[in-house]
Design a protein around this ligand. Structure first.
Ligand code: TPP
Ligand code: MG
Length: 800
């Protein structure tokens, strides 16, 4: 282990000036932390979490952070963001106040709580900027350690750019893979499983990931002995240290108050990481929290007097000041002046940010006030509403809209034109607020998945009949050939071409960097994909079975699904997640937890092709788009015969467009995936008894039937059945809500809507287990028949 020694050196004038400007920034950063906390206590902001006590390490890290590099960190990193020039003090406060303007808060336009950093990697058209020339920060999220999976991908991309000669030409994305991915994490958060999974993955992959642990001995109120074995993350990760003969990590340990040691440590760490592509851990110990964890509590409650005085003595800014004086680099008076200036700068930034924040809001409020003034002539109570609004201290947007709505209620029935003016004001404001708070869940660019041109599959006399898996091979082969940015990876994806052979032969043809095996680590497989996609690559990440999606769902939900939303279109990761599910065998290889997925990953499209032809069409669509998607193949479909479209590399299947598999008049059956075949089997039997079913394969659940085609079917049949293999109330409930409520099909129903689902328990093993756990053709038959019996008992006599 490299224990950094303090190296005494002579300081040039240039060096001294750089040290003093670092000290200035450390002081400014401290001041915004102190002011930020006050703003929360004054009620001007809702919550605050600050980077005080962690300033020096971040200044040192910023010195070695080069254009093209990426950060994936957490809420303590304000000093780093200031130091790399990607955050101003004013923007810092704008985020604290939740300013909904992209220029004011470039990280999130007010969507993320304070201390969550992100740079804008996309231009206003949604196109990637020249990332290789920019200092980039991926967008922070609050769940502890959840920045780790993505960090693996950010670093992995450098490996691909360096090692794959076909990628050299993408100079806007990378310069020979020289970019380092910098991670930061708190000491307590290293207890999370995903931290260890990511560390191991980085060691295996040998990627330029420079991981810093900000260790202040605490995780909120809980001290280190509850978090970390031996109380030290570097001690317990020592086994990852590389040796002469074994690859691994380079590990550094340094104190967070020792400016000089921090600077030399980061220089050494970044050099190894960047040049040798070796993952590096920098354990920064003895950091402090001068103001405690956040504005939610005070640390005097749980830290001893001794600890508090130790923290005061080891405050990194105080220590830096002492060191500067000791080294005679400056005088106490000069440092006092720097501190005073820092205070003033921070205060001005805060005041300006507050003024700007209020300007927009006041603009709306003033226009409403004029309307309310007129309205109060009609209804006296409106005057009170107006007065209340004008008296509100620090009014927000919600105060205006609530006042407007209260006033409108008083004007019900009024014929005066002011009522219409008020309605117009509300509608306009709501439209603007929709943009402020609810835009950008999906891509709004020209590459939106919903805008990909539809190209029908073409068949001819020579179209061959082959296994589903062979059809997928043809699709992936074409994709890998077409675009060097495309690569696929996952458990067993490389050598054997996945457990169902969709990629069989591809590694031989395209090499290990394009079609790659990974360890068993679903969460970081997704992170590897997110990070690589952020950097402009086109990954296809495979989760071997849908049942193991649970390991990945946190990252999909907290990170990928909300990435575009939480940055208001500042970042995108068009990751394609390939998986397979629904039907095979037993408790963990036959799951279809689609409701769980739909309810947790809004922002990612969910495609459920019934066969491999449709799946191939979806891959072709998604590879042209900049939206992320999960494509769930049918586990029992790889050996079923399908016809290979002549244009396998080109045809696309549109999203949100259900397909009618069979037309009928009596009942509409809405289903997807493996259930399509089962429903078709049942409707053949129903047909024999004169019951005519219309079978609709929704094909994609998110988005769901964009053109409301199911409504047209229900208008005709007046009966509807939703069938799938999820639990009762799972994805069938979602489909029912979409069709009955959103599409308004309820008004055309002559019978109660029905759902056919799997049982509440997991599917039992073997064929009997399947039959008695999952919906069968018999069950579909009987449930539909009973519906028809209710409608016409004379014609459709009792079955039982
Ligand atoms: C998954 C998850 N669990 C709990 C929390 C609540 N929480 C926020 S910060 C924090 C402590 C983190 O401590 P540490 O990693 O040491 O970072 P520090 O705040 O000390 O810099 C906790 C428990 C969270 N954000 N995410
Ligand atoms: Mg901590």
């Amino acid at each position: 282990m490299n224990q950094t020694k303090t190296i005494k050196s002579a300081f040039s004038a240039k060096k001294i000036s750089s040290i003093l400007s670092d000290y200035q920034l450390a002081c400014e950063s401290r001041e915004v932390s102190l002011l930020g906390r006050k703003e929360v206590f004054m009620g001007k902001a809702k919550f605050g979490i600050f980077g005080d006590g962690k300033e020096l390490a971040q200044l040192a890290m910023a010195k070695v952070f080069a254009p093209g590099d990426f950060r994936s960190g957490y809420y303590r990193d304000q000093t780093f963001m200031f130091a790399i020039g990607e955050l101003t003090l004013q923007q810092y406060f704008a985020q604290l106040y939740a300013h909904t303007n992209v220029e004011a808060d470039p990280a999130s336009a007010g969507r993320l709580m304070n201390g969550h950093y992100a740079t804008r990697m996309l231009d206003e058209n949604g196109e990637l900027k020249e990332l290789a020339k920019l200092k980039n920060s991926s967008a922070d999220i609050s769940p502890t350690a959840a920045q780790m999976p993505r960090l693996v991908g950010l670093a992995y991309a450098s490996k691909l750019f360096r090692q794959n000669p076909e990628l050299k030409k993408f100079e806007n994305l990378s310069v020979n893979g020289n970019e380092v991915a910098f991670g930061t994490i708190g000491n307590a958060s290293t207890s999370e499983g995903m931290f260890f999974e990511a560390i191991n993955a980085a060691g295996v992959l040998q990627i330029p990931m420079l991981m810093s642990v900000w260790d202040d001995d605490y995780g909120i109120s809980v001290p280190k002995e509850y978090h970390t074995t031996k109380g030290s993350i570097s001690k317990i990760l020592a086994g990852f240290q590389r040796t002469e003969t074994e690859k691994g990590f380079e590990i550094f340990v340094v104190n967070g108050w020792d400016y000089e040691a921090l600077v030399t440590t980061y220089e050494a760490a970044a050099k190894v990481c960047r040049e040798e592509h070796v993952p590096v851990l920098v354990h920064v110990k003895e950091m402090t929290q001068p103001q405690g964890h956040s504005t939610s509590g005070s640390h005097e409650r749980y830290k001893s007097k001794e600890r508090l005085s130790w923290e005061a003595a080891h405050d990194c800014n105080t220590k830096m000041r002492e060191w500067i004086i000791e080294q005679e680099l400056s005088t106490p008076e000069e440092l006092d002046a720097i501190e005073k200036k820092a205070k003033a700068t921070a205060k001005t930034s805060k005041d300006t940010a507050w003024k700007e924040f209020n300007k927009d809001i006041q603009h709306d409020q003033r226009s409403l006030d004029t309307i309310l003034e007129q309205a109060s002539l009609i209804h006296a109570e409106v005057a009170e509403i107006r007065e209340d609004l004008n008296k509100t201290i620090n009014p927000l947007r919600l105060d205006s809209i609530k006042a407007a709505k209260r006033a409108l209620r008083l004007l019900i029935g009024s014929q005066e034109s002011v009522r219409q003016e008020l309605i117009t004001w509300i509608e306009r404001t709501e439209e603007e607020n929709k943009n402020r708070f609810s835009s950008h869940l999906h891509s709004q660019s020209q590459w939106s998945a919903l805008k990909v041109p539809v190209i029908e599959a073409i068949y001819s006399d020579h179209s061959s009949l082959l296994d589903g898996r062979e059809l997928l091979q043809a699709c992936f082969d074409a994709a890998l050939k077409r675009d060097p940015l495309v690569f696929a990876f996952g458990e067993d994806v490389g050598r054997i071409g996945d457990v169902n052979q969709g990629f069989a032969g591809m590694q031989e043809k395209y090499g290990e960097l394009r079609v790659t095996d990974t360890g068993i680590r679903e969460c970081t497989i997704i992170g590897q994909g997110i990070g690589a996609a952020l950097r402009g690559l086109r990954p296809i990440a495979e989760i071997q079975y849908l049942d193991y999606f649970l390991y990945a769902i946190q990252t999909l939900s907290d990170d990928l699904a909300c990435l575009h939303y939480r940055t208001k279109g500042g970042q995108k990761a068009p990751l394609i997640i390939r998986t397979r599910g629904h039907r095979l065998e037993g408790v963990w290889h036959a799951g279809s937890p689609i409701g769980m997925i739909l309810n947790s990953i809004r922002g990612i499209f969910v495609l459920v092709p019934r066969d491999m032809t449709q799946a191939a069409g979806f891959y072709n669509t998604m590879l042209q788009s900049d939206d992320p998607a999960v494509i769930i193949e049918c586990l029992n479909g790889y050996r079923l015969k399908e016809r290979l479209p002549d244009n396998i590399s080109e045809f696309t299947v549109p999203l949100g467009c259900p397909e009618i598999l069979k037309e009928g008049d009596d009942v509409t059956i809405v289903t997807y995936g493996s259930m399509c075949r089962i429903v078709m089997e049942a409707v053949e039997e129903l047909d024999k008894l004169g019951i005519s079913c219309e079978v609709i394969d929704v094909q994609t659940l998110l988005p769901f039937d964009i053109h409301h085609s199911i409504l047209q079917s229900v208008k005709k049949t007046n009966r509807v059945v939703f069938a799938d293999e999820d639990v009762p109330g799972g994805a069938t409930a979602f489909m029912m809500q979409q069709v009955l409520e959103k599409q308004g099909a309820y008004q055309f129903l002559d019978a109660r809507p029905i759902t056919i689902t799997g049982k509440e328990h997991r599917p039992a093993y073997a064929s009997d287990g399947d039959y008695f756990s999952k919906p069968s053709a018999d069950e579909v038959f009987e449930r539909v028949y009973s519906l028809m019996h209710e409608a016409d008992p004379e014609r459709f006599k009792e079955l039982y």
